[in-house]
Design a protein around this ligand. Structure first.
Ligand SMILES: Nc1nc2c(c(=O)[nH]1)N[C@H]1C(S)=C(S)[C@@H](COP(=O)(O)O)O[C@H]1N2
Ligand SMILES: [Mo]
Length: 257
């Protein structure tokens, strides 16, 4: 990739070195490997970067631009592939920012899912009420940015149905999630309304086990693993970009598959 002629050579070398360090981060590698990522970085470094701008800033521009492109390319009607039960991966991998033994212990009896932001009904949800909603099942592939994927079966409430039930403003831009382990993430409204986006209560034939996100997670076969929050305690609808645990470290926000 050629760097802008308006930067002095020493600056260019510095910028490249900073960029290389930033690209050690797998989230950034993924989006920059794509044609959109590389092309955009070249374009931005060619005409957008002024003397003194850091590589960090340049990459942030690229990532935000990339989010917009991905959102434009996202087709809310295209379904992710579903698999036969014979292809389910066992044992299904566990992943979190801590070891399996440290997964949060959430007491079913005290659980009350908080609803906030641009919704008509902020009443919290007990597990009993969530279990009573109509349930759907999917057998889909979960793809983790760390280089593994696995097929699993998840059941729960179609998220678009849930958003309608709470009277969410479906014109709002984002849905954010907070989790019992301090994790957080957020998604775009079109993905929230995608037919395979699921408020998951069961894994296989069991109640969602502790390690996989008891009592409730969001399952989306259209996004990378880290966009699928486990142990959700709060859901909010907003127009202010909420970010997320890994996203705030620079992982690409949209992360569509
Ligand atoms: N609350 C919470 N959700 C999370 C994570 C986490 O650390 N905490 N890790 C994410 C990542 S990176 C992956 S790959 C999946 C792993 O889900 P699994 O344990 O069901 O395989 O959970 C995602 N959701
Ligand atoms: Mo992941």
């Amino acid at each position: 990739m050629s760097l802008p002629p308006m930067l002095p050579k020493s600056e260019r070398r510095l910028l490249l070195r900073e960029a290389a360090q930033l690209l050690e981060n797998p989230g950034r590698r993924v989006f920059l490997r794509s044609a959109v990522g590389v092309g955009t970085l070249a374009m931005l470094t060619g005409c957008g970067i002024r003397n003194g701008d850091s590589a960090e800033q340049a990459l942030r521009y690229v990532s935000t631009f990339n989010d917009r492109i991905q959102a434009l390319l996202f087709n809310p009607r295209t379904l992710a592939r579903e698999y036969p039960a014979s292809m389910i991966t066992t044992p299904f991998p566990f992943n979190a920012f801590y070891a399996e033994k440290d997964a949060p212990v959430v007491a079913a009896a005290d659980y009350a899912l908080e609803i906030g932001g641009k919704v008509d009904n902020r009443r919290s949800w007990t597990l009993e009420r969530l279990y009573a909603l109509p349930q759907v099942t999917q057998i889909t592939r979960h793809v983790c940015i760390e280089g593994w994927s696995a097929i699993g079966q998840w059941s729960g409430v179609r998220f678009s149905h849930f958003l309608q039930l709470v009277g969410a403003d479906l014109q709002a831009k984002y849905v954010g999630f907070r989790c019992a382990d301090g994790y957080s993430t957020s998604i775009d409204m079109p993905t929230a309304l995608h037919p395979q986006t699921q408020l998951t209560l069961r894994f296989g034939n069991d109640i969602l086990p502790r390690k996989y996100g008891f009592p409730m997670k969001l399952r989306m076969p259209t996004k990378l693993g880290y966009k699928n929050p486990k142990h959700i305690t709060a859901i909010f609808v907003t127009n202010d970009h909420p970010g997320g645990f890994w996203e705030n470290y620079g992982y690409n926000w949209f992360s569509g598959l």
